[in-house]
Design a protein around this ligand. Structure first.
Ligand SMILES: Cc1cc2nc3c(=O)[nH]c(=O)nc-3n(C[C@H](O)[C@H](O)[C@H](O)COP(=O)(O)OP(=O)(O)OC[C@H]3O[C@@H](n4cnc5c(N)ncnc54)[C@H](O)[C@@H]3O)c2cc1C
Length: 374
């Protein structure tokens, strides 16, 4: 089979990966010299902990397995099974963590409630004050800024794979045939559009104005090296308010009894933090849903996150070296893992995995391949 994959973010690259593994011919087309969208701007969290039970959790767990397998073949992905800790303070937060470990699927997520001493054995950098910590052993991480490059390097070893950067796909010109902005037509047996959060132009023309997918903008930052290992990813209890796995009467009580801090509520924030291969910390995030998005990054969220992190680490944060924003596409029905739609003869659109796209992409691509009978 000949496949054209449009877009070289993680979703496109995992589709190319699946197709090449299955012995198909793949041409992957990217309008930039290299992808520069959400797939490079994210935390690199392979995040199982907060997923909704059912399809979302199953997809994340399958994807986590695939990441580990691919990470074994491509060490430059930087896959590590680092797990995550969410320190909790006070009875209201503790009750949410207790409800999480009582879930029927808690073992599949590797949830454990740890004492502060146990948490510091797992992650000695957490020297701040907290009463307990929710451990999720199944969480993992990769290096997002280099992951696509590492995957491509491996794909290029196959004679079945061709990468065409610097070309924007503009039209569908026949069954499974697309034309790029160089005027070249690419004929195949199937086309998969993995065009991320670019929902206008070609995608709007093909899928129509009612695509059930929206855009979300996030702010992030990265510090200089911490000078010591941060052995797990770290989240704060605002992540309880954000991720569906924590929905419970205990969470309702937390929201009622201790609302989010003003800045965190205003910018729809949670703390997520992961250490990069160079020792720096990637820290975020905010969520902006209303268009038009701001074109600048604002400081208040960074001040808030710095305060939360310094509290957990019990030390000052290293200098912030980079700040950036990114946009992802999210299904408007957040319970859907991804929007997969046939938009033309032989052409499928796969977008909208939201804030779990890095996590779920290998399993999303596997499902596409299975459903389309590749
Ligand atoms: C700040 C931030 C943090 C996040 N953190 C996490 C996380 O820790 N864990 C997690 O699981 N998820 C995370 N996500 C979500 C995740 O990054 C995205 O869901 C995922 O990267 C989407 O991948 P994609 O390939 O669909 O899109 P993209 O990475 O945006 O790639 C789409 C590509 O398609 C190309 N393209 C578009 N149109 C055309 C065209 N017509 N012709 C040719 N090329 C085209 C674009 O140039 C782009 O390179 C985060 C997202 C952001 C923004």
């Amino acid at each position: 089979m000949r496949l054209t994959v449009v877009g070289a973010g993680v979703v496109g690259t995992m589709h190319a990966w699946q197709a090449v593994q299955r012995g198909h011919q793949v041409v992957q087309i990217e309008r930039e010299a290299e992808a520069r969208g959400a797939s490079l701007r994210n935390f690199g969290q392979i995040w199982v902990s907060g997923r909704a039970g059912g399809e979302e959790l199953e997809t994340a767990l399958r994807a986590r397995e695939l990441w580990e397998e691919i990470g074994g073949r491509v060490p430059k992905l930087g896959f590590r099974a680092n797990g995550s800790l969410t320190p909790v303070r006070g009875d209201l937060e503790l009750a949410v963590a207790e409800a999480a470990v009582a879930r029927p699927d808690a073992a599949a997520r590797g949830y454990k409630l740890l004492t502060p001493g146990e948490a510091r054995t797992v992650n000695p950098a957490l020297r701040g004050e907290f009463d307990a910590a929710l451990y999720c052993e199944r969480d993992a991480a990769v290096e997002p800024r280099t992951a696509q490059l590492a995957l491509r390097e491996e794909l290029l070893k196959s004679p079945h794979y061709t990468f065409l950067p610097g070309r924007e796909v503009r039209d569908v010109v026949g069954a499974a045939s697309v034309r790029d902005d160089h005027g070249d037509v690419h004929e195949a047996d199937a086309v998969v559009l993995c065009t991320g959060a670019w929902l206008g132009g070609l995608v709007r023309e093909l899928a129509g104005p009612d695509l059930p997918v929206r855009r979300v903008r996030l702010q992030m930052m990265q510090t200089a090296p911490l000078g010591e290992p941060l052995t797990t990813s770290v989240a704060d209890t605002d992540s309880f308010r954000y991720y569906p796995a924590y929905a419970s009467p205990a969470l309702d009580a937390l929201n009622a009894g201790r609302p989010q801090a003003r800045t965190a509520a205003e910018h729809k924030m949670q703390l997520l933090m992961v250490q990069r291969a160079d020792g720096g910390l990637t820290i975020g995030d905010t969520h902006e849903y209303e268009h038009p998005f701001a074109f600048d990054t604002v400081e208040d969220p960074y001040d808030h996150l710095t305060g939360v992190v310094e509290f957990f680490l019990g030390r000052p944060l290293p200098k912030i070296r980079r700040r950036w924003a990114g946009v992802y596409a999210q299904c408007t029905d957040k319970s859907r893992v991804v929007h997969r739609q046939q938009v033309s003869d032989g052409v499928w659109l796969v977008t909208g995995p939201g804030g779990r796209g890095m996590t779920c992409s290998p399993a999303i691509a596997e499902t596409t391949a299975n459903e389309l009978g590749w």
